[in-house]
Design a protein around this ligand. Structure first.
Ligand code: FAD
Length: 427
């Protein structure tokens, strides 16, 4: 008997009568006509899309989507909130259409444990949801301890803003309060982490805000890495749009933050000690806690999966997708999570019907704004092999040489991409 099982039974005083704590569970095992139950933990880009497509592919399924928050605040476009280009509420979305239009059962709760042996999920209020198939899409956990001196409490003064919402609003307020001539330090982590181009889009959009409102200010990037996504495009754009404002210190040049002094807003790196007016520290990350607690993660903190259907390598009838998974060449992006979710939904439906799943193809597009009128992108198509591998020449980045009209057009495509993925995931 697992700990979860034992606690559940002892807590309810029902050790001799397990089925009473799990209504419908035993009966469904023998009733092959009952609808199959798919539970999805985490209603972000990955989980919400999986729930929607499961119902789309097979309306007879009983699909339950668990998320702790009533509203989903997207990280995509949160950097534009920092720049004052968009409001926070413009990036907050309800999941209700999933229930009203598609028949997904929405449960607002924290999932506190998964028993992959007994195939059930426990919620914070003690309720237990049995499943036939489980999708785990909890996103990331921030590893505060990965940077000495940092902590969850410290994030109230030194925001990470790597989960959008209150942290985004806090960083925006700090930027607004900063004097002209101030220094913003942004410290991105080593790979792998959520949204590889995200820190550099953030640098760009903060630079745009500073250029328009506080032009004597500077941005220092203390990076744990020696290279970053869309680097050539970003750096060329920084030179043309924000000359002299941005300095990037690579890991090999002492950029990796070794310690943070939260009270003094300063960081110690190989390069030296620097003090900021606004300090944005993005700590290392792992898969969401629930995935780790359920034993689905490897020792590196991420969840290994079968590349053709994102089935967990650790537990039967469980799929892990989105940021929490190890997805080969695919980045940890909302676009990737949305794409993986459709493959997973198709694989689950096929498996429940005893059929072969259709061959998997994945796609990713990541737009970044350098300014409101200057967009760049990276795109790729991926197929499963030993791992998820990019199809050669299937995508690429925006051209290095392009005129202002081209960059503006990509900025406009960013808006279309956002509207499309919101409708596809939550609609
Ligand atoms: P999430 O979106 O984090 O969803 C996880 C959900 O699970 C959350 O709603 C959470 O509340 C819930 N949850 C977790 N644990 C539990 C639990 N125990 N019980 C109940 N609920 C739980 N991607 C792009 O494609 N394009 C972009 O332009 C882009 N820009 C970005 C900009 C920034 C600044 C950042 C930080 C990220 C950006 N991303 C972008 C990346 C994108 O946000 C993530 O890759 C994406 O959100 C991953 O989706 P997910 O479903 O795996 O996780």
């Amino acid at each position: 008997m697992t700990d979860f099982n034992r606690r559940q039974l002892l807590g309810a005083g029902l050790a001799a009568s397990a089925t009473l704590t799990l209504p419908g569970f035993a009966a469904a095992q023998v009733n092959r006509n009952a609808p199959a139950r798919v539970v999805v933990v985490g209603g972000g880009f990955g989980g919400a899309t999986a729930a929607r497509y499961l119902k789309l592919f097979d309306p007879s399924l009983e699909v339950t989507l668990i998320d702790r928050d009533a509203l989903y605040t997207t990280c995509p476009f949160s950097n534009y909130v920092l720049a004052g280009v968009r409001s926070l509420d413009s990036i907050q979305h309800r999941r209700d259409p999933l229930q009203q239009r598609w028949g997904v059962k929405l449960v607002r709760a924290s999932a506190t444990a998964i028993d992959t042996g007994a195939k059930r999920v426990r919620l914070a209020d003690g309720a237990v949801l049995p499943y036939d198939k489980l999708v785990v899409a909890p996103g990331i956990e921030l590893n505060y301890g990965g940077v000495p001196g940092y902590s969850e409490k410290g994030a109230e003064r030194v925001p990470h803003a790597w989960k959008a919402g209150a942290q985004t609003a806090l960083l925006r307020r700090q930027l607004e309060a900063m004097p002209d001539g101030g220094t913003v330090i942004i410290a991105p982590p080593a790979n792998p982490f959520r949204c590889p181009p995200g820190p550099y889009e953030r640098v760009s959009m903060i630079a745009w805000y500073l250029k328009t409102k506080k032009p004597k200010s500077k941005i220092l990037i203390f990076d744990a890495k020696d290279a970053f996504s869309k680097q050539g495009l970003f750096q060329a754009a920084w030179e043309s749009e924000y000359p002299g404002m941005i300095t990037w210190v690579a890991g090999k040049d002492g950029g990796k933050v070794e310690e943070v002094d939260v009270a003094n807003l300063s960081i110690k790196a190989g390069f030296g000690t620097e003090k900021a007016n606004v300090l944005n520290l993005i700590p290392p990350q792992t898969a969401g806690k629930i995935a780790i607690d359920a034993g689905l993660a490897e020792s590196n903190g991420w969840c290994a999966v079968d590349p053709k259907n994102f089935a967990s390598r650790k537990a039967a009838d469980v799929h892990v997708l989105g940021d929490a998974s190890i997805a080969g060449a695919m980045p940890k992006s909302g676009s990737a999570a949305n794409s993986q979710a459709k493959v997973v939904a198709a694989a689950i439906v096929a498996s429940l019907r005893g059929q072969a799943a259709p061959p998997a193809v994945f796609h990713n597009t990541c737009y970044s704004l350098v300014s409101p009128d200057y967009g760049i992108s990276v795109t790729g198509t991926y197929r499963p092999g030993e791992t998820v591998a990019e199809v050669p020449n299937s995508g690429g980045v925006s051209p290095a040489r392009a005129d202002a009209a081209f960059r503006k057009q990509e900025a406009e495509h960013t808006l279309g991409w956002y509207a499309g993925i919101i409708a596809d995931s939550f609609g």
